[in-house]
Design a protein around this ligand. Structure first.
Ligand code: SF4
Length: 377
């Protein structure tokens, strides 16, 4: 596959293009998905031509029954991509195919059958539930919207769902405030599963939860996947979380996928320096190792998506950058002798076991959560 022109994403080569309707096993396929948000301003008489490049030219496939982890720093465009793939947002360009069928340009009413097949779980279990509505009514929303059950039948099915996600069905008439954070996220999970979707896109589903309940929700999602044969896209800023839940991991940086690999390959032999930086942000119990890792971080801040850097977008922060990195967009392709499922977009990929140069103290930028994704998404 050809290299994307400047301003587009690093177009994939080889394995990533293996899906589609005539390609079995692929449930969802993204082809060159791009989402730009126009920036208002420029004064009364002048129209601004600026845009936030939230997502640029993403090619990605989600295979039936897998969990694809989508990881990246705050503001990398993960949440926007999630909303594009579920068609909650219209695309600027590119295509979204569900089971080989192009759903990119379908109108709201035409999307209804697909809404049943693709559902989202949102990050904030506090903000995503209406505090004035009873939980039974919240979970039953999809039945009402899609007119599939009402009255006693709806109540029965809602209570079944509550039981499925580990909530007491007798709490049907309670309000969200009467539940803990973990229980509220279970309410969100129950609502997402009401119509028995095939694909669930979970956007930072455990980030707002206490560490003590994160594992419970992650385990619940894993159990439900086994039980119901679900396919997940699991979005997080935290590489240590996707490590436990994903079969494959896609790493995003400023709107583009920069590395894609099976989970084990990504952790054992990261090829992209940005993946290595994310890896170094995973907390480790050994203080000595932790100190060593803390310095292996990118310098500077995440660049503005309004004016993303030329060439490789990571070049202003990359400890390995060379002049070509600022000029030529690296292709997302297989490096060294890696398996065809391991792709990276870098002119100077990391060799096996290669470490990044350590950044100077005071010149490191923290990689972690914030409000950028909510802003972009
Ligand atoms: Fe980008 Fe160059 Fe660094 Fe690779 S080495 S991540 S191409 S800046």
């Amino acid at each position: 596959m050809s290299q994307g022109p400047r301003g587009e994403g690093p177009r994939s080569v080889g394995a990533v293009g293996e899906g589609g309707g005539d390609r079995p096993g692929v449930l969802l396929e993204l082809q060159g998905v791009t989402k730009h948000f126009p920036v208002k301003g420029g004064g009364f008489w002048r129209k601004s031509h600026d845009a936030v490049h939230a997502v640029d030219g993403v090619d990605l496939q989600v295979r039936r029954g897998e969990t694809l982890g989508l990881v990246g720093e705050t503001g990398s465009g993960k949440s926007t991509l999630a909303r594009c793939m579920t068609r909650l947002l219209p695309l600027t360009s590119g295509r979204v195919l569900l089971d080989g069928e192009d759903i990119t340009d379908l109108k709201r009413s035409q999307l209804r059958p697909y809404r049943r097949r693709v559902q989202m779980i949102f990050q904030d279990p506090y903000g995503s539930l209406n505090p004035r509505r009873r939980v039974g009514s919240i979970i039953g929303d999809p039945f009402a919207i899609h007119k599939v059950a009402d009255g006693a039948e709806r109540k029965r099915r809602v209570q079944e769902l509550m039981d499925l996600v580990g909530l007491n069905p007798e709490h049907y008439n309670r309000f969200p405030a009467e539940f803990s954070g973990g229980q509220r996220q279970r309410i969100g999970v129950a609502r997402a599963l009401a119509l028995r979707p095939e694909l669930v896109v979970a956007d930072e589903p455990v980030s707002a939860l206490d560490v003590s309940v994160r594992a419970q929700v992650v385990n619940l999602l894993a159990d439900l996947q086994d039980e119901l044969g679900l396919t997940y896209v699991f979005i997080t800023h935290d590489l240590s979380v996707v490590r436990h839940v994903s079969n494959r991991v896609a790493v995003m940086y400023v709107g583009q996928v920069v590395e894609l690999a099976d989970r084990h390959d990504l952790y054992a032999t990261p090829r992209h320096p940005y993946t290595k930086v994310l890896q170094s942000a995973i907390p480790v119990p050994d203080p000595e190792q932790s100190e060593r890792r803390a310095r292996v971080q990118a310098s500077g801040e995440l660049p503005s998506p309004i004016n993303p850097p030329s060439g490789c977008r990571f070049h202003p922060r990359c400890p390995k950058a060379q002049p070509i990195c600022a000029q030529v967009v690296p292709r997302l392709e297989v490096k060294f002798q890696d398996p065809p499922s391991h792709l990276a977009a870098c002119h100077f990929p990391l060799a096996d076991g290669e470490e990044l140069p350590r950044a100077e103290a005071g010149d490191v930028a923290r990689v972690g959560p914030g409000d950028g994704d909510r802003r972009a998404g």
